[in-house]
Write a protein that binds this ligand. Structure first.
Ligand SMILES: NC(=O)c1ccc[n+]([C@@H]2O[C@H](COP(=O)([O-])OP(=O)(O)OC[C@H]3O[C@@H](n4cnc5c(N)ncnc54)[C@H](O)[C@@H]3O)[C@@H](O)[C@H]2O)c1
Ligand SMILES: N[C@@H](CCO)C(=O)O
Ligand code: NA
Length: 818
C-alpha cells in the first residue's frame, strides 16, 4: 500500500487535476493499493486567511467568498461527470454556507482566535478532498471522501496541534480496515481535539497527515506529489546547473530543508522516518521523472556533499563583551528569552574565547530580538560588561549538506577556497559537530555567485563554467573566438570546463548577454547591438553581474583596458591578455597589478606578451620559482622583424615585405611599433621584470632598425611612403651583411640587469643565424643552465599561435582548484 499526497499546486487547476487523475489511473492499472491525501487548492489557504481577516476588520468578504465558490464549481463542471455535478455542488454549497456563517460570526464578535482560524482553514482541505473524490469516481467505483480530522486526534494547541498518536493510530487502523476495498481521498492538514474542535497540524501539515497515515498503516512508500522534479542540489532559480538528487537520507533531507528547500518540510516526516518508510518526491506534471527518494540504505555516493541550501534573507545579531566570558548561564538566559518570546533562531556561532555570540534570525524578528536583549541585559549593558547589541541586515545563509562530509577532510577547505577566490566575504561560520552541515553567512548580494561557485566546486562531475568578458575582437580576438567555438565541446567533455562568452566589445560596439553569446553569429549580434562601446560601462556590467569564475580578456592594443585590470582583480575577476601595455608601462603599475591579483587569489596571465604562444613567460617563471638565477637572456622577439629579414632577399622590396608581414597578421595594429622597436622593447622589459629587475622603459637601450624619418612618420600611410623612399638604405644593409656571409638580426639582451636591443649582422656560427619565417628564439643563461643554455624557439607572431596562447591561459584559469 502507498500513500500519495498531492500538494496545492497539484490540485490547484483543471490541468493539474487532470494530471492527478492520470497518476491515479496509472497506479490502479498497476494494481497498486493507494490512499490519497490532498491539500487545499493552491492559493485557497491564503484566501481563507484573508477572508477571516477581512471579516474581523468588518470589511466585505463576500467577493472573495464568491471567488472561492467559483473556483471550485468551475472544476466540478469540467471534471465531475454530469449526472453527479449537482450532488457535489450541493455539498460544496453547504460547506461554503457554513464558512459564511463562521465569517459572519467573526464580524459580529470582532474577534478572530487561532481556534476560529483553524476552523476557517479546514474548508480549503475539505472542499478539495470532497471534489477530488468525485472526480475520481469514474476511475474507481468505491471512491470515498474522508474528512481526516475525524481520525487524527490532537491536543488543543490550535494552529500547530500535537498529535495524540495512541488514539490516532487506532482510529486510522480501524477506519481503513473497514474501507479495505475503497479508494480513500483524505484531507491533509486538519485534525480535531478531544472536544471534536478542528485543529491544524502547522507548517507542512498535509505532508504530516501523509506520514501519520503511512506510519499507522505501515505502508511501503509515501509519495509527495508536487510541481518540481524532486529535491535539487541547490536553489534552481539561482543555480542553473542544479539537478535533482536521486536519493538522500532523512538526515540530509532534514538539514537541506532546514534552510531553504521548500519541497517538503521534513520534521513532518518523522513518523515515516521512524518506521523507515521511504518517501519519494514526485512531479505531478512530469510523472515519468523517477523522483527523489528519501530513505535509509542509500547507494554509495560519488560526491562528498549532497546539496547546498540557502536562506535568502536573514539578519544577524551580535553580542559581545567581557560580561559573557565564563558565565555559564549567559547563553541560557539569552536563548530562553528568545524562545519564550517566539524569536526563531536560525543559526548560532560563538567564538571560543566566549567573548561574542552571533546568531541569525528572520529580518522581521531582528528589531524585536534587539529590544528584548537590551531589556534583559540592561544592567550588563549599563555596566559596560556588554557592548551595544549590533544588528546586521541584508545577509544570507549558504549551507553545504551531506552525510559523506563526516570525517572527510578537505571539505571546508574547498568551500572556503571557492568562496574566497570569488571574492565572497564570509561574515560568520557555523558547523555542527555532527559534520553534516557547514553554514556560512554572506552578503545577500553575493548569494547567487557563491551558490554557483560552491556548486561548481563540489559537483566535480559537472562542468565548471568560465564566465568570459572580452574586449578586442580584431585579428587576435576574432581568431580566439573561432578557436573557442571549435574546441568548446572538447573542453566541456574532457576538461569539464564550459566556456561562456557573456560580453564582447570592440572600439565601436559592445554586447553583454548574461545568458551567453552564441558564437555562431557573434559578429552579427555585436554589429546589431544597440550599445555603443563604453569600456567603463562594460566593466561595470561585468562587475554587477557578480558571477563566479569570471575572466576579463583584453585583446586590444589600447592602453585603455589596462586601466581596469586592477578593478577586475578587486572584484575577484581574473585577467588574461595579449596586450603588452599594462605590463610595460610604469614598473609600479606592473608590480601593483601582480600584487592585487595575488591578494585577491585570482589569476593574471599574459603568456602571449612575449613570443605569442611560445612558452616563454611560463618557462621564465618556472626557472624563478625553482630558485634559479637568470644571468643572461638573449632573444629575438619580434616575429615581424624576423619575417622581414627572412624574406627580404633577392630582388624583394623592403616596403613590400613589411606590407606582407602586416597582411599575415604578424605586426602590431600599428606596424611602426614593430619597426620602431617599441614592441620588442616592451617584451624585453616584461621579461626583465619577470626575471626580478625593476626596470623602466627608458632603461632599455634601443638601437634603431629604420631611419628616423620612417620611424617618426606621422601616420601609418606616411610610414609606408617613407619605406618606399628608403629601399636603397635597406638594400645596402642587406648587401653588406651578405657580402661577409652574414644575416641581419635584431637581437635583445638582458645581462647584469641591463637591457639593450640592437641590429646586428651575425655569421653562421651564431646560434641565431638559422632562423626562418616569423620565428622567435630566446636563450636563457642561468645558474643551472650555464654551459648549455635553455632555448625556446618557434613562430612568435600570427593570429593562430597568439590566440592559442590566450586560449591556453584562459583554460588555465578554469583549471584552478575552485
Ligand atoms: N599579432 C600578433 O602576432 C600578436 C602576438 C602577441 C600579442 N599580440 C597583441 O594582440 C593585441 C591585438 O592585436 P590585433 O592584431 O588583434 O589588433 P586589432 O587592431 O586587429 O584588434 C584590436 C581590437 O581591439 C578593439 N579595441 C581597440 N581599442 C579598444 C577599446 N578602447 N575598447 C574596446 N575595444 C577596443 C578594436 O576594435 C579591435 O576589435 C595587441 O595588443 C597585440 O600586441 C599580437
Ligand atoms: N607584432 C608582434 C606580435 C607578437 O607579439 C611581433 O611581430 O612580434
Ligand atoms: Na609566450
Amino acid at each position: 500500500m502507498k500513500i500519495l499526497k498531492f500538494g496545492g499546486t497539484s490540485v490547484g487547476s483543471i490541468e493539474s487535476l487532470k494530471a492527478l487523475k492520470k497518476v491515479v489511473e496509472n497506479n490502479l492499472l498497476q494494481k497498486n493499493k493507494i490512499i490519497l491525501v490532498v491539500s487545499a487548492m493552491g492559493g485557497v489557504t491564503n484566501n481563507l486567511l484573508k477572508m477571516a481577516e477581512e471579516a474581523v476588520n468588518g470589511t466585505d468578504f463576500s467577493l472573495a467568498l464568491a471567488d472561492l465558490e467559483k473556483r471550485h464549481f468551475a472544476v466540478v463542471k469540467e471534471l465531475v461527470p454530469l449526472q453527479q455535478q449537482n450532488q457535489v455542488i450541493t455539498k460544496l454549497k453547504l460547506y461554503f454556507q457554513e464558512l459564511e456563517d463562521i465569517l459572519q460570526g467573526i464580524t459580529s464578535l470582532k474577534e478572530l482566535s487561532i481556534k476560529t482560524k483553524d476552523m476557517v482553514l479546514s474548508f480549503g482541505e475539505k472542499s478539495a478532498a470532497l471534489m477530488i473524490s468525485r472526480i475520481l469516481g469514474p476511475v474507481f467505483e468505491n471512491t470515498e471522501f474522508l474528512d481526516a480530522s475525524q481520525i487524527i486526534k490532537t491536543d488543543s494547541s490550535f494552529g500547530n496541534a500535537k498529535v495524540n498518536f495512541g488514539q490516532t493510530n487506532l482510529l486510522i487502523q480501524d477506519y481503513f480496515s473497514q474501507h479495505q476495498n475503497h479508494l480513500i481521498v483524505a484531507t491533509g492538514f486538519i485534525a480535531s481535539d478531544n472536544e471534536n474542535r478542528i485543529t491544524t497540524l502547522g507548517r507542512g501539515g498535509s505532508d504530516y497527515t501523509a506520514a501519520i497515515l503511512g506510519a499507522a498503516l505501515n505502508v511501503s512508500q509515501i509519495e509527495i506529489w508536487t510541481d518540481v522534479n524532486g529535491m535539487m542540489t541547490a536553489d534552481p532559480r539561482r543555480v542553473k546547473k542544479a539537478f535533482s538528487m536521486e536519493e538522500l537520507s532523512y538526515t540530509e533531507a532534514m538539514e537541506l530543508s532546514f534552510f531553504g528547500a521548500k519541497v517538503i518540510y521534513p520534521p513532518t516526516m518523522i513518523p515515516a522516518f521512524l518506521k523507515k518508510i521511504p518517501i519519494v518526491i514526485k512531479n505531478t506534471f512530469e510523472p515519468d521523472f523517477a523522483g527523489t527518494f528519501i530513505k535509509h540504505d542509500l547507494k554509495p555516493s560519488n560526491t562528498t556533499i549532497r546539496g547546498i541550501s540557502s536562506v535568502d534573507h536573514i539578519s544577524i545579531i551580535n553580542i559581545e563583551g567581557s560580561g559573557m566570558v565564563g558565565k555559564a548561564g549567559f547563553s541560557g538566559r539569552l536563548f530562553s528569552l528568545l524562545s519564550r518570546e517566539q524569536v526563531n533562531v536560525i543559526l548560532i556561532t560563538q567564538s571560543s574565547s566566549e567573548h561574542s555570540i552571533t546568531f541569525a534570525v528572520n529580518p522581521d524578528d531582528a528589531v524585536k530580538a534587539k529590544v528584548l536583549i537590551e531589556q534583559e541585559f540592561e544592567l550588563e549593558l549599563l555596566a559596560g560588561k556588554l557592548e551595544p547589541v549590533k544588528v546586521e541586515n541584508n545577509l544570507s545563509i549558504l549551507a553545504i549538506v551531506g552525510e559523506n562530509m563526516k570525517k572527510t577532510p578537505g571539505i571546508s577547505g574547498k568551500l572556503f577556497y571557492s568562496l574566497g577566490r570569488n571574492g565572497v566575504n564570509v561574515v560568520a561560520i557555523a558547523q555542527g559537530s555532527s559534520e553534516y552541515n557547514i553554514s556560512v553567512i554572506i552578503y545577500n548580494s553575493d548569494l547567487s555567485k557563491a551558490l554557483n561557485a560552491v556548486h561548481d566546486a563540489f559537483f566535480a562531475e559537472l562542468q565548471k563554467t568560465l564566465n568570459v568578458f572580452m574586449v578586442g575582437v580584431g585579428n587576435i580576438g576574432k581568431e580566439l573566438l573561432s578557436q573557442i567555438k571549435g574546441h568548446k565541446d572538447f573542453l566541456a567533455k574532457n576538461n569539464l570546463i564550459n566556456i561562456q562568452i557573456l560580453g564582447l566589445s570592440n572600439s565601436r560596439k559592445m554586447l553583454v548577454d548574461a545568458e551567453g553569446i552564441d558564437l555562431n553569429n557573434w559578429q552579427q549580434s555585436l554589429e546589431q547591438s544597440s550599445a555603443e562601446a563604453n569600456l567603463e560601462g562594460f566593466i561595470n556590467q561585468m562587475k554587477t553581474l557578480n558571477l563566479p569564475n569570471c575572466v576579463f580578456i583584453d585583446n586590444t592594443a589600447s592602453p585603455y583596458p589596462s586601466k581596469f585590470y586592477k578593478q577586475a582583480f578587486e572584484a575577484n575577476i581574473s585577467v588574461v591578455t595579449c596586450n603588452k601595455i599594462a605590463n610595460s608601462a610604469e614598473y609600479a603599475q606592473f608590480a601593483d597589478l601582480k600584487e592585487t591579483a595575488q591578494k585577491h587569489g585570482v589569476d593574471f596571465y599574459y603568456e602571449t606578451n612575449v613570443g605569442a604562444g611560445l612558452p616563454i613567460i611560463k618557462t621564465l617563471n618556472d626557472l624563478m620559482i625553482s630558485g634559479d638565477k637568470i644571468s643572461k637572456i638573449e632573444a629575438i622577439l619580434s616575429g615581424t622583424i624576423s619575417f622581414i629579414f627572412n624574406n627580404f632577399k633577392g630582388d624583394a622590396n623592403f616596403h613590400d615585405v613589411v606590407k606582407l608581414a602586416q597582411e599575415k597578421g604578424f605586426t602590431e595594429p600599428d606596424p611602426r611599433d614593430d619597426l620602431g622597436g617599441v614592441d620588442f622593447m616592451r617584451k624585453m622589459l616584461i621579461l626583465a621584470r619577470n626575471a626580478g629587475f625593476a626596470l623602466e622603459a627608458n632603461d632599455v637601450k634601443l638601437g634603431a632598425i629604420i631611419p628616423d624619418a620612417a620611424a617618426k612618420a606621422a601616420s601609418v600611410a606616411d610610414f609606408y611612403k617613407e619605406l618606399q623612399n628608403e629601399n636603397k638604405y635597406f638594400e645596402k644593409l642587406k648587401n653588406d651583411a651578405e657580402a661577409s656571409g652574414k644575416v641581419l638580426r635584431y637581437i635583445g639582451k638582458l645581462e647584469n640587469g641591463k637591457v639593450e636591443i640592437s641590429l646586428q649582422s651575425v655569421g653562421a656560427d651564431h646560434p641565431f643565424y638559422a632562423l626562418s619565417g616569423s620565428d622567435n628564439i630566446i636563450a636563457f643563461t642561468t645558474d643551472r643552465y650555464n654551459e648549455t643554455q635553455m632555448v625556446v624557439k618557434g613562430p612568435g607572431a600570427g593570429a593562430a599561435v597568439t590566440a592559442a596562447g590566450v586560449f591556453a591561459d584562459l583554460v588555465k584559469v578554469g583549471a584552478s582548484k575552485a
